[in-house]
Design a protein around this ligand. Sequence first.
Ligand code: SAM
Length: 230
Amino acid sequence: MSYCFEPIGVVHSCFAEKFAIPRQPSLAPAARAVLELYPPFDQPEALQGLEGISHLWLLFVFHAAASGPEHLRVRPPRLGGNQRIGVFASRSTHRPNPIGQSVVKLEAIEPGRLLLSGIDLLDGTPVLDIKPYVPYADSVAPAYNHLAEQPPALIPVSWSPEALVQADVEASRLHQPVQELIEQCLTQDPKPAYQQPGPERVYGVRFWDINVRWHYPEPGRIRVLSVTPV
Ligand code: SAM
C-alpha cells in the first residue's frame, strides 16, 4: 500500500544551503522563514484560530536528502559522525520516508502566508501539514533521550571589523537580524566534527543572498571574515 501527499505550501527560508543549518529548530531564534500556502490553504478559513497559537509543528519533506528502505542505520553528526545508530533513534534526514517535523515559532499571520522563526528548514522545503503545538501534551516532563541529552556545545564567535560593518549593511538591506543569525548558527560549529582545520582554511555558507566566510584562528574558535551579497 502506498500513499501520495501534495504539499500545502513551501518554505522560503534564510538557509540557501544545508550546511550550517542548526540540527534542530529553536537553536537559532534569528532564523526566519515565510511559509507560502498554496490554494486553497491560503484562504482565511484555513488559518482561523492561529492567532491564539505561539508555536506550530511543521510536517515537511526532506526534499534535498536521499531516503529509502536501505537507510536502517545512520551516523548522526552529534555522535561525531562515526557511530551508527538505528534510523528510528535519530532525526537523520536519511529515512525510510523523507518526512521531517519541526516546532517553529509563529511570528505573524499574513494573507496566504505565515511568518516563522527558529526554523531548521532549507529554502524551498515543501510542507505537508501544519499542526498547533499543544504545550500540555507535547512538552513531556519526565522524558529522556540518552543519545541527545544536551543541545550542541557552543563555541565563541568573533568578528573582523569589516565583517561586522558588512553584516550591519546587509541587515538594513534585508530587514533581517543578520548578525544574530550568523552568530547563532556558527556558534554551533557547522563543520564536520572530524575536521581540524588550520587558520588558513576558510569556510563559507549562504544565508538569504549573502555569502558568509569564516575561519578557525585556533581550534574551537570562529572568526567571521566577510559578509557579502552574492
Ligand atoms: N527538526 C527536523 C526533524 O527532526 O525531523 C529536522 C532535523 S534534521 C537533523 C535537520 C537538518 O536537516 C538541518 O541541519 C538541515 O541540514 C537538514 N534539512 C533541512 N531542511 C531540509 C530539506 N528540505 N531537505 C534536506 N535536508 C534538510
